[in-house]
Design a protein around this ligand. Structure first.
Ligand code: MN
Length: 275
């Protein structure tokens, strides 16, 4: 559990003994497979905590999350929405089930991705991008029955609305039963695909529900088919190739920068946020 509101599996960096930068610029993926939460008056979640040096990207498949941060940003994301928060120089934030969802209870299905920032952008001012499902570029696929929604970067000839600090492609691909999708991802990028619903066959390998496919960097072509239908989160990004110093909620380049982050939180430099 992360707090009492997110029951997650960590696919990386801890999950599979991959090198810490194997999927750079993506540093962490916590996946909350569908779980039923009982109704509760007091929303479950994670209380006030700091972040510096990266972005938290929360992707809602089912259920609703409410976010508040010390930079004055807040918002609620629901089914199909994405919240792209740049912690940059530092924020305090809290992440809870949205009040009404908490009261009624129900299925909760989320992912949180940590996107590392290039050294030159680690201390940018905090930024908050609420990206609603309908804001994403929606693309019908050539098989005539499947579709993609582009969150960031360009795929299937369409561009997503998210602004990023390094080249990134993020998209949801919804394959109909018997559907297929073909696309290219740069071989120099690190790429992965999370099977959110259903099951698929990816470049001749089976990819089952709640599994993460990690691509070798040895070609560009991706071919995905699904007999039962599938929803896939596609992630691809140009590696940063910079040293990583990670501790708890901070993601920097050096140990000294981590120590500075702790000092700055203690000195109140991340602002104020009430729990
Ligand atoms: Mn957080």
């Amino acid at each position: 559990m992360v707090g009492d509101g997110f029951r997650v599996s960590n696919f990386f960096p801890q999950g599979y003994n991959m090198p810490q930068d194997r999927l750079s610029p993506f540093f962490l993926l916590d996946y909350n497979a569908p779980v039923d939460f009982s109704p509760r008056e007091q929303p479950r979640g994670v209380g006030v905590h700091p972040h510096r040096g990266f972005e938290t990207v929360t992707i809602a498949f089912k259920g609703k999350v409410a976010h508040h941060d010390s930079a004055g940003h807040s918002g609620v994301i629901g089914e199909g929405d994405v919240q792209w928060m740049t912690a940059g120089s530092g924020v305090l934030h809290k992440e809870y089930h949205e009040a009404e969802f908490s009261r009624t209870g129900g299925t909760f299905h989320m992912a949180q991705l940590w996107v590392n920032l290039p050294r030159k952008h680690k201390m940018e001012a905090p930024r908050y991008q609420p990206i609603k499902k309908e804001d994403m570029a929606q693309v019908p696929l050539p098989d005539g029955k499947s579709e993609a929604r582009i969150i960031a970067g360009e795929l299937f000839g369409a561009k997503g609305p998210a602004r990023t600090w390094s080249p990134i492609i993020a998209a949801m691909v919804k394959l109909a039963a018997g559907g297929e999708a073909r696309f290219d991802l740069p071989a120099s990028y690190n790429s992965a695909m999370l099977v959110v619903e259903g099951a698929a066959n990816v470049n001749s390998s089976d990819a089952l529900t709640d599994h993460l496919v990690v691509f070798r960097n040895d070609g560009e072509e991706v071919s995905v088919t699904s007999s039962e239908g599938a929803t896939l989160l596609v992630l691809s990004g140009e590696p940063l190739n910079e040293p990583i110093a990670a501790y708890g909620p901070f993601l920097m380049n050096t140990v000294e920068e981590l120590q500075q982050a702790f000092k700055d939180v203690a000195a109140g430099k991340f602002g104020v946020l009430e729990d």
